[in-house]
Write a protein that binds this ligand. Sequence first.
Ligand code: 5GP
Length: 191
Amino acid sequence: MLLSRERIAERVGELAGRLTSDYLKRPEPPVFVGVLRGAAIFLADLIRAAPIDIATDFMSISAYDASEGQSGVVRIVKDLDLDVSGRDVVVVEDIVDTGLTLNYLRNALEQRRPASLRVVTLLDKSARRIVPVTLEYVGFEVPDLFVVGYGLDFQGRYRNLPDVLAVHDLARLINDPGLLQRDHQNLNVRC
Ligand code: 5GP
């Protein structure tokens, strides 16, 4: 286990506190943009810990195509419903890894002329960064390992784990995709 639910809750509270004081006096509620699907759980906890008016919207971005290499070519699969021009926008991410997705997203959102644009990410895997991206609010720096839980998946599983687990042996998980669910329940591990 990399991050227990208790540590996550504490840090989410701290981030929400900073966001609250930064956006409290703004004329209009900020628009928190969750990046589907990984950030949904983080966003849900974050906005409930912030006692200010917040508008929410979601975007979904396709993973960059392997055939494109690491060119950062991604596609908007689901766009915003809200018009964010003139609004304060806070992009809510689960994890920033190479930075390619967020770099694309930041550029795409900047073109809509928001009043401001900031990013809050629960996890930052900066060791793998390819494109430098600005992250105004970071929950935790994580090592260069594949992580699951608290919204993050492996082949569609584990998003509902309350803790964040780091996968040391990805080959074992590929062979037995349900492995962590059983381990997590049986061992009731805590860090
Ligand atoms: P990027 O490499 O573009 O910064 O990251 C794009 C996306 O890859 C993230 O939003 C996340 O969905 C996925 N990703 C990156 N690292 C991990 C990881 O360790 N675990 C999981 N489950 N997804 C990851």
